[in-house]
Design a protein around this ligand. Structure first.
Ligand SMILES: Nc1nc2c(ncn2[C@@H]2O[C@H](COP(=O)(O)OP(=O)(O)OP(=O)(O)O)[C@@H](O)[C@H]2O)c(=O)[nH]1
Ligand SMILES: [Mg+2]
Length: 221
């Protein structure tokens, strides 16, 4: 039997506004790659990776990468239901994406309100390599996380520096109720200086059209 077959399988759902960097975080985590080009996720995509937690506990994470446009889709219930953890991602260089994060968390909490076990919830400020273009102050990030009871993180899918794998590891450890060693926690996720900046025209947030589902779904298990 393959080692991973004995693992507990955790469902981790990654949501947040379009272009906040959800797919990039998944690619960094599962494939250790980064793509500077933007390819919008239509509906949903899946990633899978195995990690080892303290005590030699192997867990396999099935990561559900939800396209930013899906907030307007009725499929969002199916995506979020049964999640062990939900990561709400926003882009620290785009204030609107933090407002989007509020809509996402409200939506997730509504879907989860009757669940017996609530998922671990995290607020993930991505693109911390672009600190010079920051539009969301650290205080606003922390306040938001506190108000909504989210565990706060900063990461960069681009420069990484271990922040992305540590994020997933810490979330998985919390789901599994396994304490992380202090040395690991001390590495906590600080904004990193920019290596170099590049400009790119990112799409503006598409306004929500009530009752309209403009999402294409690739596959749902
Ligand atoms: N500088 C920098 N750019 C990033 C980072 N993460 C993502 N990007 C870029 O931001 C753009 C959007 O990233 P995606 O990962 O496709 O965003 P998404 O949230 O999956 O977007 P949707 O699929 O539309 O929901 C891409 O051009 C990425 O290369 C980061 O940490 N730093
Ligand atoms: Mg995507």
């Amino acid at each position: 039997m393959d080692q991973s077959e004995k693992d507990r399988l955790l469902k981790v759902v990654v949501c947040g506004d379009g272009a906040s960097g959800k797919t990039s975080l998944c690619l960094r985590f599962a494939h250790e790659t980064f793509d500077a080009a933007y390819h919008q996720t239509l509906g949903l995509d899946f990633f899978r990776a195995r990690i080892i937690l303290p005590g030699d506990v192997g867990v396999t994470l099935q990561v559900w990468d939800v396209g930013g446009q899906s907030i307007a889709s009725s499929m969002i219930n199916n995506y979020v239901s049964g999640a062990d953890a939900v990561l709400i991602v926003y882009d620290i260089t785009n204030k609107t994406s933090l407002e989007g994060a509020r809509e996402w968390i409200e939506s997730v909490k509504k879907i989860m309100k009757d669940s017996q076990v609530l998922p671990v919830l995290a607020l993930v400020g991505n693109k911390s390599d672009l600190d010079d273009k920051r539009q969301v102050r650290v205080e606003a990030h922390n306040r938001f996380a506190e108000e909504e009871d989210l565990r706060p993180f900063y990461v960069s899918a681009r420069t990484d520096g271990g922040s992305v794998s540590l994020l997933f590891k810490q979330i998985a450890a919390q789901v599994m109720k396994i304490p992380m060693p202090k040395a690991e926690l001390d590495k906590e996720i600080v904004p990193m200086p920019a290596e170099a900046t590049f400009t790119q025209d990112l799409p503006k947030r598409t306004p929500r059209v009530p009752g309209q589902n403009n999402t294409t779904v690739c596959s749902v298990m």
